[in-house]
Design a protein around this ligand. Structure first.
Ligand code: PNS
Length: 165
């Protein structure tokens, strides 16, 4: 059986830092499902469908990657359903750790067979977070170093829509 992991996140939007983590996960697992989920603590700029479209475009060339959405329900249940034994999470800074620690232990409580694997992206992405990318882009700043051209285009469209309101 192929080794399978899920890589969940809000991915609002999917950044080059996320791609870096995905590439590292693919060095370990044969199959990685990118799971675009809702985070009840965050208000997303892109709909879950828009996030799926952009993530599929960005990851389309990678062997062993698929993109799914989790609209409702627990991630732990989803991992069990698809037979994933690992949950990939990217960690950039120490401040990420508290939340990640809590989530990983909760997910293990809900699905004991699952192990959360923390991966650190290339150091050049340590300060790249979707929230800051969105803020800079929506204010007209250049974020082309941090996201795929299709994300740039989609953020540009969102900015135009916002400006027309
Ligand atoms: O990119 P994010 O916002 O840090 O990702 C958080 C996410 C989406 C992985 C988390 O909110 C999640 O797992 N949501 C699905 C619902 C769930 O299982 N919540 C309990 C987590 S312990």
């Amino acid at each position: 059986m192929k080794s399978k992991a899920i890589y969940p996140g809000t991915f609002d939007p999917f950044t080059n830092g996320h791609l870096d983590v995905l590439e590292r996960a693919l060095n370990i697992f044969e199959e990685v499902i990118v799971v675009i989920a809702e985070n009840s603590q965050k208000h997303a700029l892109f709909t879950i469908e828009e996030r799926q479209v952009m993530t599929e475009e960005i990851t389309g060339e990678y062997q062993g990657v698929s993109v799914e959405v989790l609209r409702k329900g627990l991630l732990a249940d989803y991992a069990r359903q698809v037979g994933a034994k690992a949950i990939i999470r990217g960690v950039r800074q120490v401040k990420d750790f508290e939340y990640e620690f809590q989530m990983s232990l909760l997910n293990r409580q809900l699905y004991p067979e699952v192990t959360t694997v923390f991966l650190m992206p290339n150091v050049k992405y340590t300060y790249v977070a979707s929230s800051i990318i969105k803020e800079v882009a929506m204010l007209g700043g250049d974020v082309s170093k941090f996201v795929h051209p299709c994300v740039l285009e989609m953020m540009h469209q969102k900015r135009e829509e916002e400006n027309q309101k």
